[in-house]
Design a protein around this ligand. Structure first.
Ligand SMILES: [Fe+2]
Length: 253
């Protein structure tokens, strides 16, 4: 099955507002259009946080931009989200906030790592317990999604604002053999790694990117992007990140 991962759109109520030199609304729409054009047969879309940039009006824009979409849009909150407004505005089909969602023999476990007042994240005890319970479901392969990175990115400033209690997270993940992947946003860059047999994926923002490996906050000039997953019934995963200009260039080629 085909799954799309679009993350960190950072929308505002006003479509013209820019963040780090990019009009986030137009950028998100361009990425979405190209993703849907290229993978029209996708089965669900993952959006791992920072749907808005501290602006509740951004959720109306998110809904409006995705009004053409009828397949599940599975969301988790990020540090720039406003959980009450997010819940209020996105409690309608096709949106789903956190929870779990099963398609064929894959289960998507969507975790809430929002930590009020902090840029970094934390999974509260109830959320860790929910993860543990979800992974007990028999007969499924699991993709676990959250906003904050649960592993070091090799970037000093970003690694100070990751998942604070990643030890507790991995203690649960390591217990279960049926976790195939952990997927996050927040870091605005490509990351692909492994922890044992678990595949690890971070995806660029649909807006501006951060410079990989940087000690301090720094913007990367790479274009907006998204990720595509092809998930196989045997638990296998193929994945590729697509950059906006690369997709555009291919279309005109
Ligand atoms: Fe972000």
């Amino acid at each position: 099955m085909n799954i799309l991962h679009l993350t960190d759109p950072h929308l505002y109520g006003n479509a013209d507002t820019q963040l780090r030199g990019i009009a986030t609304d137009a950028s998100f729409r361009a990425v979405l259009d190209q993703a849907l054009d290229r993978f029209p047969d996708y089965q669900a879309m993952l959006v791992t946080g920072d749907l808005v940039q501290d602006d509740a009006g951004g959720y109306l824009r998110f809904r409006s931009i995705l009004s053409q979409v009828d397949k599940p849009v599975l969301c988790v909150p990020g540090n720039h989200d406003l959980p009450d407004a997010m819940e209020r505005e996105l409690s309608v089909h096709p949106f789903k906030i956190c929870g779990t969602h099963t398609i064929e023999n894959w289960q998507f476990v969507m975790l809430d790592s929002y930590d009020p007042g902090h840029v970094g994240g934390r999974l509260v005890a109830a959320e860790l317990a929910r993860l543990d319970a979800a992974l007990q479901k028999p007969g499924v392969h699991n993709m676990v999604c959250l906003h904050h990175h649960p592993t070091a990115m090799g970037s000093r400033w970003l690694d100070g604002v990751g998942l604070a209690n990643s030890d507790e997270f991995w203690r649960i993940i390591d217990t279960y053999p049926n976790v195939e992947a952990v997927v996050w946003g927040h870091v605005h860059q490509i990351y692909e790694g492994r922890r044992g047999k678990v595949r690890l994926f971070a995806t660029p923002s649909t807006g501006a990117q951060f410079l990989p490996g940087s000690d301090g906050y720094a913007i990367d000039l790479r274009p907006p992007g998204y990720r595509h997953f092809r998930l196989h019934a045997d638990g296998g995963i193929e994945s590729q990140t697509h950059w906006l200009e690369a997709v555009a260039a291919k279309k005109t080629a």
